[in-house]
Design a binder for this molecule. Structure first.
Ligand code: GAL
Length: 403
């Protein structure tokens, strides 16, 4: 009886992660760059896209796996053409979109665009409500690989349209479904990564795997420590919803923000990586500092993020450790990897000495000894515990494997 029950749970568990857009992409969190944090509307142009693509190559980012060049809001004109089509703003796209996509594909990279489920995008450009099929046909004709889909000007009351309330009424699922179906309809022509951006409404992580490949689980990262705390701490409770084909998206990385110091940048990048968030650089690659470059080019951390198992880390409480505090980043994180586990130690609220006995780590089958390597300092060793002095807001990312 017990084993039958186990089988039932196993089947239910499998059903739970049925991926509607199960088209062989998004099996790992996507890596890339997005225009939005760089210069908002101004950056939605051919120049920014091609400059970022060139930097992906010259800075070695493409070789590390960074792949998507994503253009966010404001790339079109303010109105559709007479046949109802979206029009790339000619002042931003003097050669149209397809020519740029072709170049980016020629560089071995992928290209993403932004749209919205309501009548207008958040910045007031035409959006896709009721036009999902024809807008997706346009994406296919340009060769677009990625579609971020926002939540502005969606239904919040009966009339008038367009809607102007900030808080949509009803379940946001309702307006993500038609776009999901439109993307499903073109699967044979183009595999498009569908990224839902409903700002974490309606517990999106509980249903979004049936809709897209990744989903924003929070309102925006504003580039300050408070955002890193708010988003990073919220990721712990929803780790189980991420997996190959569908990942919690903790929002674009805001490394390079003047509001974050290098310690905070390390924690931001490390925590997003072990939480299996997409790693989408929201920064200007032309002016990036060496300290930030070192962080985003950390091979060990990227490979932990890209581990084929696709399981997100969550918090654990070793004996004697304080209870988690809501909204604060807990010190102790762990996640399974194909060949071991990753332990994250976060000095989210206080600098000091942080140590962990391997016998207390979920997923490790005892005290060891194990082999370990810390990815920011390069320190490595073997034994039954790790201990680090960590400065306020800094992080250590430790991969633990069998000896
Ligand atoms: C927000 C979204 C941001 C950015 C912006 C563009 O709703 O969360 O990531 O896309 O819209 O207007």
């Amino acid at each position: 009886m017990k084993s039958r029950l186990n089988l039932l749970f196993l089947i239910l568990g499998q059903l739970h992660v049925t991926r509607a857009l199960n088209n062989g992409i998004g099996l790992k969190p996507h890596l890339g760059w997005s225009s939005w944090n760089v210069a908002q509307c101004e950056a939605a142009s051919e120049k920014y896209a091609l400059d970022a693509a060139a930097k992906f190559i010259s800075l070695g980012l493409r070789d590390l796996g960074y792949e998507y060049i994503n253009i966010d809001d404001c790339w079109s004109t303010k109105s559709r053409d007479s046949s109802g089509k979206l029009v790339p703003d000619p002042s931003k796209w003097p050669n149209g979109i397809k020519a740029v996509v072709d170049k980016i594909h020629g560089m071995g990279l992928k290209f993403g665009l932004y749209g919205c489920a309501g009548q207008w995008t958040c910045a007031g450009y035409p959006a896709s409500e009721g036009r999902e099929v024809s807008d997706v046909a346009q994406l296919v004709s340009w060769g677009v690989d990625f579609w971020k889909y926002d939540n502005c000007y969606t239904p919040c009351n009966q009339n008038p349209r367009p809607q102007t309330c900030t808080s949509p009424a009803g379940n946001t699922k309702t307006w993500y479904a038609p776009m999901r179906d439109a993307i499903l309809g073109v699967q044979n022509m183009r595999k498009i990564h569908f990224n839902l951006c409903n700002w974490g409404r309606d517990e999106v992580w509980t249903w979004a795997a049936q809709y897209g490949h990744s989903w924003r689980m929070s309102v925006d990262n504003w580039g300050d420590w408070a955002s890193v705390e708010r988003i990073g701490s919220a990721a712990a409770a929803i780790s189980q919803y991420s997996g190959p084909g569908g990942f919690n998206d903790l929002d674009m990385l805001y490394l390079g923000s003047p509001k974050l110091n290098t310690n905070q940048e390390r924690l931001h990048f490390g925590l997003w990586a072990i939480a299996k968030s997409p790693l989408v650089l929201g920064l200007n690659l032309a002016t990036i500092s060496n300290a930030t470059l070192d962080i985003i080019r950390n091979k060990g951390i990227i490979s932990i993020n890209q581990d084929a198992l696709g399981k997100a880390a969550t918090t654990f409480r070793p004996p004697g450790a304080p209870a988690p505090v809501s909204g604060k980043i807990y010190p102790y994180w762990v996640g399974p990897l194909t060949d071991g586990v990753v332990i994250g130690l976060c000095a989210g609220t206080a600098g000091g000495r942080y140590s962990v006995e391997f016998k207390d780590v979920p997923g490790l089958g005892g005290a060891g000894p194990y082999a370990w390597k810390e990815m920011y300092t390069g320190q490595a060793g073997r034994g039954s515990r790790v201990a680090f002095d960590i400065a306020l807001h800094d992080m250590r990312v430790i991969k633990v494997t069998n000896v």
